[in-house]
Design a protein around this ligand. Structure first.
Ligand code: FAD
Length: 410
């Protein structure tokens, strides 16, 4: 039986790491599409992961086959483009991220850079006319973009600290913006067509957003080397020197940082699903290992102290999955509050961090080699812990909602 047939025939896609059967919320069609993704990840991606992680390169040969899987708005779930379409459901999108992340955090981050970050920038920031033009290209990846917000001197305090400037030049000849500044950490920038760049309008002091061609004059990218987490994902430092962008490429619905915050709200929920997937992947890899590895003449999994760690890992994965599923159900009803996605990102990241540490522990020395998958999850979790709002920043968002007092200092 081929893997594809096996997946289709399987009653449960996620087995033990979906302990309370959240998968039953998916339709048969959604499970079929996710099964297709599973086959791709197991057959084509998994064999490359350790090698590319060690090299610090992204396996570019996976990008087009992944795009060809038609996962963003799958025709079989949403209807053919042009005909009447229903958008893919949030719960399907969540499990799509979960499936990617339980295989590899860089693959999940790579896909989410387009399907989450860039798509959200267009969905929230573009006018109706701009969306009509760009969104189909975002969905079929013919317009690849990245989200360029963070700066070298401003990470957590980007709302107040953002210093990339935008100056408008409007005369009889045309209507153009000139951007100057620097961005840091931008994921996937080197392979993007456009960079969604956030800059402060010199005239009114408000944050605006622009689609900048990656190859435009004045744009320079430099790969960030020496990362100890998410080594496969390519991140870049970007400098912008007198970059000219026509007014037509400004996202017309971004008029202040409030509009950027609306984007971050949606993106944090995606990262909560990534953290949950990483925890699940690490738990599954550890479980496989302790069933096989023998010490004192018995499998590691037969020892009480190991079983306690397995139980805690499963508890963490189950808590995280329950949390993101409920968040997604709330969002499907249109409830999107800053504190909701901040809580999900903060809490799933804590659970992820403990889970990968426990997984690494039960695998012993082999838990720091790339052989067992556990080391990769353990290292990569650190990047996910910090991006899309650090633990502290998400805690402050929740604290503000609870007390009515902002503890941010600006
Ligand atoms: P800092 O802001 O310098 O924070 C350092 C520490 O201080 C943290 O622990 C933080 O919580 C703490 N801290 C800061 N302020 C306070 C406070 N008021 N109270 C208490 N503690 C505080 N950005 C993009 O725009 N696009 C991307 O595609 C992107 N991809 C990324 C990929 C990776 C792998 C990483 C690591 C980052 C990425 N980022 C991206 C940037 C990411 O969002 C920032 O790293 C994050 O916002 C934290 O900023 P910082 O790293 O500058 O840390």
């Amino acid at each position: 039986m081929s893997l594809e047939t096996a997946v289709a025939a399987q009653e449960r896609l996620y087995g033990v790491c979906d302990y309370y059967d959240a998968e039953s919320l998916l339709t048969a069609g959604e499970r079929r599409v996710l099964g297709r993704l599973r086959v791709f990840l197991d057959e084509q991606a998994r064999p490359l992961l350790a090698e590319y992680w060690e090299r610090g390169d992204f396996p570019d040969q996976l990008a087009q086959p992944l795009i060809d899987l038609d996962l963003m708005e799958p025709v079989e779930l949403t209807g053919a483009p042009g005909a009447e379409q229903t958008p893919a459901r949030g719960i399907y999108q969540g499990f799509r991220i979960f499936e990617l992340a339980r295989t590899d955090a860089s693959l999940a981050t790579f896909y989410t850079a387009q399907a989450g970050l860039f798509r959200t920038a267009i969905r929230v920031g573009a006018s109706a006319e701009q969306q009509a033009e760009w969104m189909p290209k975002v969905i079929d990846f013919s317009l690849k973009g990245v989200f360029s917000l963070t700066e070298p001197e401003s990470g957590s305090d980007i709302a107040g600290g953002l210093s990339t400037s935008a100056r408008r030049e409007k005369d009889g000849e045309g209507d153009t913006w000139i951007l100057d500044g620097a961005k840091r950490w931008i994921g996937g920038a080197a392979s993007a067509d456009v960079l969604a760049v956030f800059a402060r309008d010199e005239a009114d002091g408000q944050v605006k957003a622009f689609l900048v061609e990656r190859e435009a004059a004045g744009v320079a990218l430099e790969k960030i080397h020496g990362k100890t987490a998410l080594r496969m994902m390519q991140n870049a430092d970007i400098t912008l020197t007198g970059v000219r962008v026509p007014e037509s490429m400004r996202l017309h619905n971004v008029n202040s940082f409030r509009d950027v915050a609306a984007m971050l709200r949606a993106m944090r929920s995606d990262v909560a699903w990534i953290a949950t997937g990483i925890a699940a992947g690490a738990f599954e890899a550890a479980l496989r290992y302790v069933k096989e590895r023998q010490q004192f003449g018995r499998p590691l999994g037969s020892f009480q102290l190991v079983q306690e760690k397995l139980a805690r890992m499963l508890g963490n994965v189950t808590s995280a999955l329950s949390l993101v599923v409920r968040l997604t159900e709330q969002q499907a009803k249109g409830i999107y509050r800053d504190q909701d996605s901040a809580l999900a990102k903060m809490q799933t990241s804590l659970l992820m961090r403990e889970t990968v540490a426990l997984a690494r522990e039960v695998v012993g020395g082999n838990g720091i080699t790339l052989e067992t998958d556990v080391a990769r999850f353990h290292a990569d979790a650190e990047a996910v812990y910090s991006y899309e709002g650090t633990h502290e920043i998400n805690a402050l968002i929740i604290g503000r909602a609870l007390t009515g007092e902002s503890a941010f200092t600006r």
